[in-house]
Design a protein around this ligand. Sequence first.
Ligand SMILES: [Zn+2]
Length: 422
Amino acid sequence: MSETLLTRFLRYVQIDTQSDETSTTSPSTPGQRVLLEMLKQELGEMGAADVKMTQHGYVMASIPGTTRKPNLPAIAFFAHVDTAPDCSGKGVKPIVHRNYDGSIVKFPDNPRLVLDPATSPELSAAKGKDVVTASGTTLLGSDDKAGVAVVMTLAEALLQNSKLKHGLVRLCFTPDEEIGRGVDKLDLEMLGAQAAYTLDGGPAGEVSWETFSGDAAEVTIEGVSTHPMEARAKGMVNAAYLAGKLLAALPRERCAPETTGGREGFIHPTRVDGRVEQALVKFILRDFELAGLAEKRRILQRLCQGLQATEPHARVQCRIRKQYRNMAYWLRKDMRPVELAREAFAAVGLQPYDHLVRGGTDGSRLTERGLPTPNLFCGEHNAHGLLEWVAVQDMELAVTACTKLVELWEQKGQRRSRARSV
Ligand SMILES: [Zn+2]
């Protein structure tokens, strides 16, 4: 299996699928559609059922159930085709380090760049595996083409093994996860699943079922513009200066991404544009708990009110909008999707462990919308940068684990009917 998995992965990463926040189309970039078309074609060729691409670019397919058990939930597997805007994904030249020997990895197109097991400890554990990196000028795109290759290989494995008992399995490939629009236009009724998994995680055994809750804020400051020579007489109010004052007043030492970890949330300015006349500061607010998130909204709003009070001739406005919510709020009510994943991992010899996501996933939005969707490992490391790498054998483990997982759903996942006898 590892060779077809690798070939598939190498094929996918060479397509430039970087998403673009400034685009209004779906998918946001044409390269994503190229890969989505390719997946659609390959799904048809391998014999998947109901293969379709929606007008917004979601590719869905079915692996029909092989069991007669009634009341089994349909289980969906998701992976996103886009790569992060933070780092170029154009002209990716994947390099396969067969039977990786544990030494420092060098990059042909960027002699100054090194991937060192001393600074990337997880690399030491990949000794003896087939490690794939990029060539030094782009990201690799294992986030999330490792997941795409895993889901495609899982589909093929299920289709080729009709003796394996499972219920209906749905597949869904999505665009624009990296710009936070991954599931905006997804029709959950069309998908028709009762539980799902995103394959978009790190080392083997990782299960993620807790994410941040996130809001976004935009503070606009309108100043009063005059010629500098008569600024005092005409009452100049410099919006750029006020934006700086706002930033300086943030509780950065205990509430910024670079000063927090674990379960601590933060207020993070992501962009500043400022002139005398007007300034704009964009923020993201994050916390695992809704109460903590509300506190961060209050902190920002109070700072804005304070700024307004000290400078009545300016106009300070703070607009906050909801982005996503911690999936744990819903998953805690029914932990079966998480428990069965852990059980499947253990059954194939992996040590399952929970990973707290200091961010959001497509699963955060899907879970809130009613489709419980934890995230599972697929071997990604150092995502969004030049040092990204993945081991083929970790992707293979993800396929094996997910195969076990659909079997477990067949054995234990029957929907509980209210009349169930004790
Ligand atoms: Zn991802």
